[in-house]
Write a protein that binds this ligand. Structure first.
Ligand code: CFM
Length: 536
């Protein structure tokens, strides 16, 4: 702990004191003073945000339509709902995509919506939904249409699944629906689960044709924010590893359909896609393990893991060559930038995976992460998957369908013998150790950070950079602290892989070493302010 830095335990008490006592008691369980990797404490996560608290979270529809299916270019993602739900889902995550030819289908730039009106809410919207499917088919001739339910759809009881079945029959293409109404879960996380279920039910396994390649993997939980997927495609290709399917950065329907043919599933973002990984293992026999391509060292480690899984000497050698080659650029950048970033402090509150992964990049810059947390991670994303059996299933989780899949005898293929899997146990099959094990003693781990807690972190600790999203950005910057968006990358990136790491070092160097933020004086710093307190 640096001099004059408030003890995190005291910070926690001060913050909790300000809440009404019932709320304080609830928040207490979501704020952990971390005792270090050997003593990972239980954290409260994936529970409802307390009404009145300003949360960073989004809705279930956002997790389903925006996150998991959003980056796919050739499915018409049709939103059944008022136009606002589409407007705010339109290109906001900067999913990039690269169709093989200019003529290849690419609907990424469109926003498809049924544009529900008052009369649809009163008399039902199914007829309008059917009409929209026909219209989309007529205009775009897509291979598939996905229908996404927004809040009013669930409230008035439109049956999107029945419409999907009818339209599938009528149009002769794959049409599937998602009951991903915004209120379905406590956050976007429920939407991931719903999306995963529908992909397994309606898409994965439909086509056995696949690209040739000795080492064919699926990349799960990589969404091509800022072009990350392009960088990973570049690296994999250089190593001679074939990307069979991506869920879902720069992906196509065809990739989803053939995903069951891969030799291995690697999982980047555990939170959003672990369900598909597990179900594909049961149904088709594809083993999975966690990787992380955020951070140069982490990328190297992940490539080595993949090579080790295949156990092919040529591949192992080639991967080492690629790492050595790529690391030259990375090391040059670190040598130059590290002296300027060393010792600086970062905080990050993002989603359900990046608040963990990006700590790697910061530590490569010699920066420490004093506080981190997810918006909607579950306990396993913090504490590791071993706690899953002890997680209490509450009514909100029960709301989401838990699919049970059976082995598909026709398409199941054991990729490795049991002995081989055992021998490769060090790769950590079916495991994710979570964020906390990688954090230092004395750090603050906070789930579903409230706006008030965010202000207190900044006020007390003055981080050199605060990482979050667009909703936080300008509030934080008005407090004189730079904010780096880790959702959209502030229109920069890619940050994944080796070239991505170099991009990130450069951007963070600029951010933490500019003096502009220190020159800002907010009006309330110059003038007296009136403060009020609740009497109750
Ligand atoms: Fe996974 Fe994501 Fe994330 Fe996520 Fe997201 Fe995202 Fe995120 Mo924004 S799937 S959990 S729901 S890595 S959109 S690409 S950046 S909150 S940390």
């Amino acid at each position: 702990m640096a001099k004059n830095e408030m003890d995190p335990q005291r910070w926690k008490q001060e913050v909790l004191k300000k809440y009404p006592s019932k709320i304080g008691k609830k928040r207490e369980k979501s704020i952990i003073v971390h005792e270090g990797p050997e003593d990972v404490k239980q954290i409260q996560a994936n529970v409802r945000t307390i009404p009145g608290i300003i949360t960073q979270r989004g809705c279930t529809y956002a997790g389903c339509k925006g996150v998991v299916l959003g980056p796919t270019r050739d499915i018409v993602n049709l939103v059944h709902g008022p136009i606002g739900c589409s407007f705010y889902a339109w290109l906001t995550r900067r999913n990039q995509t690269l169709p093989p030819t200019p003529e290849s289908p690419n609907f990424m730039n469109y926003a498809f919506s049924t544009d529900m009106q008052d009369s649809n809410i009163v008399f039902g919207g199914e007829a309008k939904l059917k009409q929209a499917c026909r219209e989309a088919f007529e205009l775009f001739k897509p291979k598939a249409i996905g229908i996404f339910s927004t809040c009013p759809v669930g409230l008035i009881g439109d049956d999107v699944h029945a419409v999907a079945r009818e339209m599938k029959e009528e149009l002769g293409i794959n049409v599937f629906g998602f009951s991903c109404e915004g209120y379905k879960g406590v956050s976007q996380s429920a939407g991931h689960h719903i999306a995963n279920n529908a992909l397994i039910k309606h898409v994965i396994g439909l086509n056995d044709e696949h690209p040739e390649g000795k080492f064919r993997i699926n990349m799960l939980g990589e969404y091509n924010i800022g072009g990350d997927a392009f960088e990973l495609e570049r690296i994999l290709e250089k190593c001679g590893i074939t990307l069979n399917a991506s869920f879902s950065g720069n992906s196509t329907m065809e990739q989803f359909e053939r995903a069951h043919t891969a030799d291995l599933n690697v999982v980047m973002c555990h939170r959003s896609i672990n369900y598909v990984a597990e179900m594909m293992e049961k149904k088709y026999g594809i083993p999975w393990f966690k990787v992380n391509f955020i951070g140069a060292e982490a990328s190297a480690k992940s490539l080595r893991k993949i090579a080790e899984y295949f156990g092919d000497q040529e591949l192992l050698d080639r991967v080492e060559c690629v790492i050595a080659d790529e690391m030259l650029k990375v090391q040059n950048a670190i040598d130059e930038i590290h002296p300027r970033t060393e010792g600086k402090m970062a905080m990050m509150f993002v989603g359900g995976s990046r608040a963990h992964h990006y700590q790697e990049l910061f530590s490569e810059l010699g920066m420490r992460t004093l506080s981190a947390g997810y918006e909607f991670g579950h306990r396993d994303d913090y504490e590791g998957r071993r706690v899953i059996p002890t997680i209490q299933v509450d009514a909100d989780s029960r709301n989401i369908e838990e699919l049970t899949v059976e082995r598909d005898e026709a398409k199941y293929r054991a990729r490795k013998t049991e002995e081989q899997i055992e021998a490769l146990g060090g790769l950590g099959f079916n495991d994710y150790e979570g964020m906390m094990v990688d954090m230092a003693k004395g750090t603050l781990v906070i789930d579903d950070l409230s706006h008030y807690e965010m202000e207190k972190l900044i006020e007390i600790y003055h981080p050199d950079v605060f990482c979050a999203g667009i909703k936080e950005k300008y509030c934080v910057q008005k407090m004189g602290i730079p904010l780096k968006q880790l959702h959209s990358y502030d229109y920069g990136g890619p940050y994944a892989g080796f070239e991505g790491a170099v991009n990130f070092y450069k951007d963070i160097d600029m951010i933490v070493n500019t003096s502009v933020w220190k020159l800002i004086k907010a009006p309330w710093e110059a003038e007296p302010v009136i403060e009020a307190e609740y009497a109750a």
